[in-house]
Ligand binder design. Sequence first.
Ligand code: NAP
Length: 295
Amino acid sequence: MAATVIDGKASAARLREKIAAVTAELKAAHGLQPGLATVLVGNDPASEVYVRNKRKTAEAIGFKSIHVELPADASQAELLAQVKALSADASVHGILVQLPLPKHLDEAAVLDALDPAKDVDALTPTNAGLLLSGRAHLVSCTPAGVMLLLKEYVGDIAGKEALVIGRSLLFGKPAAQLLLAANATVTMAHSRSRDLPGLARRADILVAAIGKPEFVKGDWIKPGATVIDVGINRVDAGDGKYKLVGDVDYAAAREVAGAITPVPGGVGAMTIICLMHNTLIAACAQSGLPLPTAL
Ligand code: NAP
């Protein structure tokens, strides 16, 4: 029997409604309008699309959206000055510096200049450390979205074997921490791991964040497992066109898994909405208000 398709778009739409409602309440009761600043350096087409979607969603939800654009040859000093100015601006509660930055810029230095209270991507060492300590308010958006989908489609994951393939700061590491906090038995795999198919076949929950099209094969999947495909890969679709595929061979995995996220329409759909939720949390925290429980 083919797997249940995890509908990230539908989940994200429901969360968006809730966040918009809480935002309207905040405005009415406290005159507070959450502000999200996006910073884009250069003109990478994929980054431009991501930032445009984030700004559009923020505006549609009722946030103030501030956008800073710098040329591809902007200096480190110019970028740091912008990040510091946004960190000092009381109407800005969340700052999103779109990564990757052009090669000549130092990402770590930019994150160090970011006020951790406004770090809605949760990439600063402060927020990564708070997550490790089990005290984070701001959690990296894509892993947070994955946990929401698991909550909705699997429920309690205590004691389940979870495999996370990929150990990036952006996704793999925080995802493993969140799965561990939810009492899963977590294995992290990466490019040096041995016998990846064998590790995968043990997993009740398989999370792939590798960045390689259809890398995880159908016969790696444990029958009935939940498969979360984080990968977004542009591949040639012929006729000069391209299509998006994940890190999992979807057609084959769907025949074996119990539930699976499609690409697009799965995990990716949740990421932006979790960014909005983080901005809402950041706005309340910075205004001394109780943290919302919109989700
Ligand atoms: P990344 O920083 O490039 O990390 C890739 C990870 O995959 C690394 O840890 C790497 O291992 C591991 N890896 C590479 N080749 C491997 C192999 N042959 N076997 C096992 N592991 C291997 O990527 P990322 O930022 O985490 O993103 C991963 C994918 O998710 C990309 O397609 C990205 O576009 C997508 N993504 C989607 C969203 C979303 O909103 N849906 C958000 C973030 C990322 P090493 O550490 O050993 O090099």
